[in-house]
Design a protein around this ligand. Structure first.
Ligand SMILES: Nc1nc2c(c(=O)[nH]1)N[C@H]1C(S)=C(S)[C@@H](COP(=O)(O)O)O[C@H]1N2
Ligand SMILES: [Mo]
Length: 345
């Protein structure tokens, strides 16, 4: 999250946001990788390449010599005109190379470097708990569950940076309606895949940022049923790359990014508030609600403004004011009537 947690003698040290992004991995690495892949005319890298060529290429992906770029495919969808942000889109190269996905490491470039061999098929997504029809969906079922639509949403990370992403997917409500939420239900819990063999951050406490895996998140039923709550299976018209949460992830644009849990394998409908990963790790810093709120600062930094990752160099950004509910107040403010948002942060 806001910093690399190093549990040396129980003392948290060195916020990662102290480190300039570009010091971590130079942009030239990405450009080199891109031009090599382009020059070779490769969508996927064939095993027929001479060994020394492969070695040179795979060096750019990090230490895993078995990595070849993950292959995304084009999706068929309709634009949802209700959700087309006027904000300028964040370029694909930035959306897919500046990520938070601690299962693959805590720095912004770790996910793209470490997730390329992630397996999304076979996949199983279970919807269980307080539902009339528990569901077990494979990848094909997921892609066909509802008509796919494109929605452009702002994504505001609690670390005070933001992006604008054209997601492809379907409303979470469509999935929940298929399962049939029982009237006794109050909350919906989500769980990311647990597979330390594929996710190095789940093997090492340091690399995984101290999170207790699997990563879990939750919403109230009312939040989950709000039309803005979205299950994304793609971005920029193509299936999700692993670093963005393939094959299916949640997107709740009025909340800080950590609520938008990736690579989901389980959704459990419950009658109490479920535990959530960042809240468990640092409850005074990350609440259950986590609604974007410029008036409630993080204990260690202001939330009044944000860096919009944008045009120019790979990590260039402009600073803009942060809006209550990330600008989606009209759609969601009613959900929190009578709730003190300073207490329920
Ligand atoms: N399983 C899992 N989901 C996750 C995270 C994570 O580390 N693990 N990071 C969260 C955070 S902090 C943010 S800001 C968003 C980032 O999504 P993006 O990389 O697609 O921009 O994913 C969220 N979902
Ligand atoms: Mo985040």
């Amino acid at each position: 999250m806001g910093f690399n947690r190093r549990f040396t003698k129980g003392i948290l040290t060195k916020p990662s946001w102290d480190i300039k992004d570009q010091q971590v991995t130079p942009e030239s690495v990405f450009n080199a990788r891109r031009s090599i892949i382009k020059a070779m005319g490769l969508g996927a890298i064939g095993a027929s390449l001479p060994g020394h060529v492969q070695a040179g290429l795979f060096d750019l992906f990090g230490s895993d010599a078995n990595q070849s770029p993950f292959v995304t495919t084009n999706l068929t969808f309709a634009k949802n005109e209700l959700y087309q942000a006027t904000d300028e889109l964040t370029p694909y190269e930035k959306v897919t190379r500046h990520n938070n996905f601690y299962e693959f490491g805590t720095s912004k470039q770790d996910p793209v470097l470490n997730a390329q061999s992630f397996k999304v098929d076979p996949w199983q997504l279970k919807i269980e708990g307080l539902v009339d029809n528990p569901l077990t969906l494979d990848l094909d079922d997921i892609m066909k569950l509802a008509p796919l639509e494109e929605r452009t949403y702002r994504l505001r990370c609690v670390e005070a940076w933001s992006m604008v992403v054209p997601w492809v997917g379907f409303p979470l409500a469509a999935l929940l309606k298929k399962a049939g939420v029982k009237s006794s239900a109050t909350h919906v819990a989500f769980e990311t895949l647990f597979d330390p063999e594929q996710m190095p951050g789940q093997k090492s406490r340091l690399m995984g940022g101290g999170i207790h895996y699997p990563y879990v998140e939750g919403l109230t039923v009312a939040e989950a049923m709000n039309d803005l709550s979205f299950m994304a299976v793609g971005l920029y018209g193509k299936t999700l790359p692993p670093q963005n949460g393939a094959p299916i992830r949640l997107v709740v644009p009025w909340k800080y990014g950590f609520k938008s849990i990736k690579s989901i394998v389980r959704i459990r409908v419950m009658d109490r508030q479920p535990p959530t990963s960042w809240n468990q790790l640092a409850p005074h810093e990350y609440g259950f609600y986590a609604n974007v709120n410029p008036r409630v600062n993080h204990p260690r930094w202001s939330q009044a403004s944000e860096r919009r990752i944008g045009e120019g160099g790979l990590f260039s950004a402009t600073r803009i004011p942060t809006l209550p509910f990330n600008g989606y107040g009209e759609q969601v403010a009613d959900l929190y009537k009578g709730l003190d948002l300073r207490v329920n942060y």
